[in-house]
Structures are given as C-alpha cells and as structure tokens.
Design a protein around this ligand. Structure first.
Ligand code: ADP
Ligand code: MG
Length: 677
C-alpha cells in the first residue's frame, strides 16, 4: 500500500528508513514520488564527435586480455584495448583489479569515463558488460543526505515500483490525458525514475508539470471563489450618472485600458461578493485616475474609502491631488505617523463618525484606535511593500471592504497567476496618448562630468534632474553617506550655478517634504537622493534621471525610478551609470535602453534573476513545484490555469464522475482554512 511505511519495501531496514526520513520520505508513496533531481546520460556517440576531457560513453569489443599493473601501496592499473568503429581505443581503469576476470577478449563492453582525444584513450569510471541499451543510458541521480547512496535509493525505488506501482491511481480524467497525449500516472512515475528514452522522460515530465500546475491552479481558484463568496451583502449601489459626470470633469478621457479596468472593478463593487483585485500598470498609465473614480463610486454609495500608501511623502502627495480632483465632492483626511496629538484625535473622530469620506494614509491608518464608520472601498498602493498582516488588518477595519491592490511594478504574467492566483487581476497596458518616450542611455562612470554638463544645459531651459546615488547593500547609513558625498561633489562642480538638494531616508518627514516641495516648485535644479524617491512622487519639471550603480538594481526597480521623469510635456532622459562585469549585467543595461515597457522588462527581469529574487526574499509567496518550472513551462501553466477555471466554472469537479479522484484529492490536500484571511 502506498501509505505504508517505507520499511515495508524490500531492502529497507530501520537504519535506511531513518536516513530516508531525513530526506522527507516516510511512506512508500513518498519514495515513489521522490523523483531524481537530475539524470546522468550515457549516450553513445561516434568517436569523431567526442570532446576532449568530456565524460563520454563508448561501446566496443575487447581486443586482448587486460593487463594489470600494481604500483604504490595497494594501487593498480588495468589496461586493455577495445575496438570501436574499427579503431583501437585504449581503456584504463584504476584500482579495480577484480575486473580483469570479467573482461575477456571478444566481449562487448560499454565504458563510461573521461575522454582523451589526443591519445584515443578513455579513463573508465563505469563499465558494463554487453552492449549499451537505452535502459542504462539514462541514470537517475537523486539528491541525497547522510549515508544514503544513489545506488541504495535506486534499488529501493525499483523494489517499490515492482510491488506497488499498481496502487498508483490516476488523478486526471482520461480525456485530458488523451487530448494532451500524457502518460498515465503510474507509468509516468516509473518513467521518472527509470526512463527508457529521452522522449519518454520528456512526456513523463510533461505529465507531472501539468498535474502540478493544475492542482495548484485548482487550489488557488477554489480559494479565490471561497474568499469571494464567503462575504455577501457588500454590494455598493453607486450612482452611475454622478460617476459619469465625475469622469467627464477630468481634463482627459480615459484610455481603453483604463475604462476596461474600471468596468471590472465597478462590476465587483456592484456584486455582493468582496473584491480582492490587483491593478497593475506602468508608472503614469493612469491607475490613480481609475482609483479616484472608484473612490467616488463608493462615496455615492454612501460608504467611506481608504487609500493606503507606503510613505508619508506619497500620502501627502495623494492627499493633495485627491483634494484637487474632488474639490467639494468629498471630505478627505490625511492620517500618517506625523499627524499627532489633537489633530490626530480630530482625524480619528472624523473617520469614526463618517465626516470623512476618504482617508489617505500610511500604515498609521490601520492602527487599533482607528475605526471606520462604513468602509466600502480600500486601495493599497504599491502593495508589494506591505506585509500580509497589514493587508489583513486593513480588511478587518471595515465590514468587508472591496480591496484594490495597485502596483506600478508590472508583475510577469507567470508570477501574477501563481503568486497572486487567489486574486483577480486587472491590467492597464496602454499609456495615455501623447506621452513622449523617455530616452535611456547607458554610460560609464568616467563620463560623469559630461553628464553633469548635460544637466546644466537642460537646467538653463528650466528643466530639473534627479541623481540617484550609489547603492550600498543592506546599509542605510552608508547610502546616506554616499548621498552626502555626492551632494558635496556636485556643489563643488557647479559652484553655485545650480541649486542642489539632498534627500535621504534619515531626514525627518518635514525635511523631506520641504525638499520635495522645493523640487516640485522648481526651486531646486538637481536633487541628489537615495532610492527613497522611488515611489510615486510627481514632479512634472523633472526631465533627467541619473542612476548610479545601475547594474545593482533590478530592472523593475530601474524602471520604477525612470518613471519619476517623463511626467510633463518635455522630452525626458534616463542615464544609467554602470560598469557591469558580467554578461548578464551588460544585457540588463541593454534591455533598459531598448524598452520602456514595464511588462516586457519584468518578464526579462524574471528570466535573468529567477522567480525567487523577483519579489525579494521577504515575501515571495511563490509555490514550490517538484517537476514544473514556472518560467520554462509557462505555456503549461497557462493551459492548466484555463482548464482549472473551466472545471470550477462548469461545476465539473462536483458533477462529472471522471473528476472524482481529483475532487477527493483536493478535499484531502487543501489549505483553505489557513489562508482565509
Ligand atoms: P499612475 O497612478 O498609473 O502612475 P496617474 O493616474 O497618476 O498614473 O496618471 C499619471 C498622469 O497622467 C496624471 O497626471 C494624470 O492626470 C494623467 N492621466 C491619467 N489618465 C490619463 C488619460 N487617460 N489621458 C491623459 N492623461 C491621463
Ligand atoms: Mg500613482
């Protein structure tokens, strides 16, 4: 039985079982699904194709009795010639004198080892009597712990397969196997361990890739459905006519992409289910405009809205721009860490008694003493900067607000449908027309003076520049020192001809705000800063973004920084200062100069850095797959996602008997109770 302990498998005693437990293997089933982490392939190739110093496999006929020489202490060397393709090849084997008896003239042998192309000689690591066959050509290599050897695992798996393979039941309905030409589950397990050919192995992997993705997608989508449907009765009856009037008051008309995202959100607001939606769009694509319309919709439905952002400066800027947009249509309050004492009391009061329609703030907004009167709609901007805890706290503030997560870091589709598979996703993939593309250049560090001259020239036209200073990993302090040094360097270079500002994380909120305001008003020409300016702050006069150590940032972060310019009418520039050592670094700089499309960049970023690094270590939220690879098997992921959606939507899991094994599996293996936050 699959659920029996591994000790029921022939050849596994207590000691071996204890080692296997260390490897996470307890039952027969665990053992069967302990797939090799790689394969050694011994494939016979023509002599002419063998590469010097490579590990190769050849097959030939022994030409004469092997000769055995002893040397040193207990060392031996066995050598003989084999005929391969009519050529005599010399084989040497060290310290395996016992093999002499087994290797007789005229025998066919298969030898694997290091190839010396100059001497036509192979140093044998492994040999097998008889001709090579496919069965031995691909050898499973397992990841091991303790005293466990590959051979032992292989043998144990072989025994388990011999006795228990029939106990493996199929999970997937037959018609999916048929239409994707996938092997059945038992056969695929066997092939994963002992593939008879590369093609078989490929199909077995395809099967488990699909299975893993499908199970994962089913879980995520069921979870999403449960989350949505766990709350009913929060339909927001907004006034469509007022909404249209509000939209018409904008000095522009919405892009098609904005309109589409807006419709998706409004449909969620109207429904009695709770919304949990991610809104993605490049910097400047108009997410905030959409969010404003939604906030207004909520107000016309008699509810309150909240906008939570990661920094105080951003909160203040949003507060101002919302006030501009709404005028007397809404009462808006600001709640950040620096709103204190009496002011804070009044603000909290206004939130509690619904004098405030919209609350803008940092995480100060989710503290215990803040009680909303009737929170209908909550927006979390730059959501990846917030921990899960904070999101939950926000959700708990209102009854069951619809929640919109906004991010300007476009998330590759692959990650969006895995890491955020339990959310709905809207994408604004179109820029408002008439925007000038930012010109991006990659410069070496020794051109810095020329860059400073360029800035001076643009400043004569009233334009402004950011200079983002060198990055010191894990050290705020040193980053700040760098910013200060760079500031002095610029002061000296310009000697009064340009007004220079300095911004870093250690300034007080007032100081930061003060500098940002000076910069926004055009009283500062060049702003030297650490990456604290990364998010959101809007300065329309800024046309130049210079980024030091650009190779040390992720593409998405560079793109985010670049998004600080290009907000006005004038042509903007982004200059990346980098001396990357490796090819990847150079490639990244090249990509930055070639595309302004955040989605494209994020895909490239994912390819270059891998999924683990994409969100940073803190909060990857990514599932782990045994066989499947999110990046390489992207198309299978899409297929599985679509199939899972169909199965759930059409009620196939509940009603179609061929889905019963899948249904039972999901019931036994879900984490719904844990994840329902
Ligand atoms: P995001 O939040 O995605 O960075 P915003 O909503 O802040 O983008 O929009 C950036 C700028 O573009 C703002 O000045 C905004 O007024 C303007 N904008 C938004 N939507 C449009 C549109 N459809 N057409 C023209 N300008 C727009
Ligand atoms: Mg914005």
């Amino acid at each position: 039985m699959l659920s029996d302990p591994v000790t029921t498998v022939k050849g596994i005693g207590e000691k071996f079982a204890a080692d296997l437990r260390e490897m996470g293997i307890q039952t027969v089933e665990d053992l069967l699904y302990y797939f090799p982490n790689r394969y050694d392939v011994f494939e016979i190739r023509p002599l002419s194709e063998l590469i010097h110093d490579d590990k190769v496999t050849i097959e030939g006929r022994i030409l004469h009795e092997p000769s055995l020489h002893f040397y040193g202490k207990k060392k031996s060397r066995l050598s003989f010639n084999v005929e391969v393709e009519g050529v005599a090849v010399k084989a040497v084997m060290f310290n395996r004198g016992f093999a002499k008896k087994q290797l007789n003239p005229g025998d066919t042998v298969t030898l694997t080892g290091k190839w010396d192309a100059h001497r036509l000689q192979i140093t044998v690591a492994q040999y097998k009597k008889g001709p090579a066959n496919e069965q031995t050509a691909i050898q499973p290599m397992y990841s091991l712990k303790g005293d466990v050897t590959n051979y032992k695992v292989k043998k144990a798996v072989r025994n388990a397969i011999n006795t228990c393979l029939d106990d493996i039941t199929e999970l997937l309905p037959e018609r999916y196997l048929d239409s994707y030409k996938l092997p059945d589950r038992a056969a695929a397990v066997s092939t994963m361990h002992f593939p008879e050919s590369r093609v078989d192995l490929k199909h077995a992997r395809r099967r488990f890739t699909y299975e893993e993705f499908l199970l994962f997608q089913l879980k995520m989508q069921l979870l999403r459905k449960i989350k949505r449907e766990s709350t009913t009765g929060n339909a927001q009856h907004y006034e469509a006519a007022s909404l249209n009037a509000f939209i018409s008051s904008f000095p522009f008309s919405l892009t098609q992409a904005q309109q589409k995202a807006l419709n998706q959100i409004l449909a969620d607001m109207k429904s009695s289910y709770r919304m949990s939606r991610l809104l993605q769009g490049d910097v400047g694509s108009g997410k905030t405009a959409v969010a404003e319309v939604c906030l207004y919709a909520s107000i016309t439905a008699g509810k309150q809205g909240a906008l939570m952002v990661p920094t105080e400066i951003l909160a203040e800027q949003h507060f101002q721009s919302l006030n501009n947009t709404f005028g007397d249509k809404a009462s808006i309050v600001l709640l950040t860490g620096s709103v204190k004492g009496k002011k804070r009391k009044e603000t909290i009061q206004a939130i509690e008694n619904h004098e405030a329609d919209i609350v803008v703030g940092t995480h100060a907004l989710i503290q215990a003493d803040v009680q909303f009167n009737d929170l209908g709609f909550a927006i979390v901007d730059e959501q990846h900067r917030f921990g899960v805890e904070q999101r939950r706290a926000l959700r708990e503030k209102g009854l069951h607000p619809d929640v919109l997560f906004m991010t300007a870091t476009p998330i590759p589709r692959t990650l969006a449908i895995t890491a955020f598979g339990d959310m709905d996703v809207s994408v604004i993939d179109e820029m408002p027309s008439g925007r000038k593309a930012i010109e991006t250049y990659w410069a070496r560090e020794n051109t810095f003076e020329r860059i400073l001259q360029f800035i001076a020239k643009r400043a004569e036209q009233g334009e402004q520049a950011y200079v983002i200073c060198p990055l010191i990993e894990e050290s705020d302090k040193l980053d700040i020192q760098n910013a200060v040094d760079l500031y002095h360097q610029l002061e000296e270079f310009y000697s009064g001809s340009q007004r220079i500002g300095l911004m870093h994380g250690r300034l007080t909120t007032d100081e930061k705000e003060d500098i940002m305001r000076q910069f926004a008003n055009g009283d500062v020409d060049v702003l030297v800063s650490t990456t604290v300016v990364e998010v959101g702050v809007n300065v329309t006069g800024a046309t130049i973004m210079v980024i030091y150590d650009a190779e040390r940032f992720g593409l998405s972060q560079l793109h985010q920084l670049r998004g600080r310019v290009g907000r006005g009418e004038k042509q903007s520039y982004c200059i990346l200062i980098a001396d990357p050592k490796g090819e990847t670094g150079k490639e990244r700089m090249r990509i930055m100069t070639e595309t302004n499309n955040g989605f494209e960049l994020s895909e490239q970023d994912l390819k270059l850095r891998g999924p683990g690094d994409f969100f940073g270590k803190k909060q990857s939220g990514l599932p782990e797959f045994k066989v499947a690879d999110m990046i390489h098997d992207y198309r299978a992921l899409e297929t599985a996602r679509r199939d899972a959606g169909e199965m759930i939507e059409n009620g196939m899991l509940d009603n179609d008997p061929s889905f019963q094994p899948l249904q039972i599996y999901l019931e036994n293996n879900t984490v719904f109770h844990e994840k329902l936050d």
